[in-house]
Design a protein around this ligand. Structure first.
Ligand code: NAI
Length: 351
């Protein structure tokens, strides 16, 4: 099988190389096709997101991606957001499952196994913004005042578009994920009591889609979920939510299980999947060879699952769990004195 590889910036190259070694060690015949993206891509291509990278990922259908930096002045607010848009990657899936050996602030984190399914293309992250005092902001203010809305003085605007179709495909994806992975419950999360035409729409779609599935369903407001995640994290299973809430709640859930250094993710469209670490380029440790490779390795396991190699994916996850719980070869962020290389070697030995 072919897999596009985007090494990215900072520790990206180190941790993505480690993940490639682990995927190779599963004995699946994988042909890795390297493509540039991020700060380093600018020097050669003049853009952090060359067209060729997008085309290759689309053609192959699977990519393993490290973290990338979006340079200021590159023409992109976020190069990651741009990649998601261009490939139609509307669902971000983040499993946050506790692994023995990882420090957590929760007394007994062993039952935490939460999957956040976050909408990836709509909402306040759409980039529709108007600067205070700009002509567009002033025009929008006068339109709103004409329609009877009371406004603060000279506001800036960030607009929140939520569509029925976008909500439906995301929530459906969350239920399909639950079915495929034997999960028991889907919690649809929004703030429907306040934002009736965006979050209320999301809630209504959630109820309608839930009725089609034989899986427990609940609807909760996002502020309540933030509290419940801290007080009773073991009661959550799959969470389906909008872009901004998903961004925040998935970091919260990641924090419960020991931090984002261990969290993999999948960005999925109907045809394409980009599997990537949640953490960034870690500029403070880049080049030192001590970046924790687990997040990208576990993202690689999600890729294998998605490509139909479930047994190999389980073996990779089990090997990571064993090495992390053993604690001998792990990187400093996990309390060890190992390196990216020693940790990767240990995972490959386990495999
Ligand atoms: P960061 O995740 O890079 O670093 C935060 C802290 O976590 C640092 O102390 C870092 O050393 C540590 N850390 C992160 N990953 C680690 C790993 N695998 N092993 C050990 N320690 C790890 O977040 P920060 O500093 O906010 O962002 C740095 C750069 O990364 C920025 O340019 C940002 O835009 C970019 N970024 C890219 C993302 C992506 O491509 N998916 C996601 C988040 C940030």
């Amino acid at each position: 099988m072919e897999v596009a590889v985007i090494a990215g910036d900072g520790i990206g190259n180190e941790v993505v190389s480690a993940a490639r070694r682990v995927l190779d060690a599963t004995a699946i015949d994988i042909d890795f096709v390297e493509r540039p993206m991020g700060k380093d891509a600018i020097e050669t291509y003049g853009t952090p997101l060359p067209d060729e990278t997008v085309t290759t990922v689309r053609d192959i259908g699977y990519a393993l991606k490290g973290p990338v930096e979006t340079p200021i002045g590159s023409g992109f607010r976020s190069v990651n957001v741009e990649l998601r848009k261009r490939l139609g990657l509307y669902a971000n899936i983040r499993p946050c499952r506790y692994m023995d050996g990882v420090a957590s602030r929760i007394d007994d984190p062993s039952d935490i196994d939460i999957v956040v399914v976050r909408e990836n293309l709509e909402d306040l992250y759409s980039g529709i913004e108007f600067e205070k005092d700009s002509d567009d902001a002033t025009e929008l203010s006068s339109f709103l005042e004409t329609n009877g809305f009371e406004l603060p003085v000279k506001p800036g605007y960030s607009i929140k578009p939520i569509s029925e179709a976008g909500s439906e495909r995301l929530i459906r994806r969350a239920f399909e994920y639950a079915v495929e992975h034997g999960r028991k419950k889907v919690t649809v999360v929004d703030k429907a009591n306040i934002m009736k035409h965006t979050d209320g729409l999301f809630m209504d779609v959630g109820e309608r889609v839930a009725a089609e599935y034989d899986i427990a369903y609940e609807h909760l407001l996002v502020d309540n979920v933030a509290q419940q995640l801290v007080l009773r994290p073991e009661e959550f299973d799959v969470i389906a939510t909008q872009n901004i809430y998903g961004d925040i709640l998935s970091d919260l859930a990641g924090g419960l299980v020991g931090g984002i250094g261990m969290i993999p993710s999948a960005n999925l469209g109907d045809e394409t999947g980009v599997f990537a670490s949640v953490h960034g380029t870690a500029p403070d440790i880049a080049g030192e060879g001590v970046g924790n490779p687990a997040a990208v390795i576990l993202s690689g396991a999600m890729l294998l699952d998605h490509a139909g190699y479930e047994d190999e994916a389980s073996r990779v996850r089990k090997a990571v769990r064993t090495v992390v719980s053993d604690g001998n070869a792990v990187t400093p962020d996990l309390g060890g004195d190992g390196s990216t290389e020693t940790m990767t070697d240990a995972i490959i030995d386990e495999l």
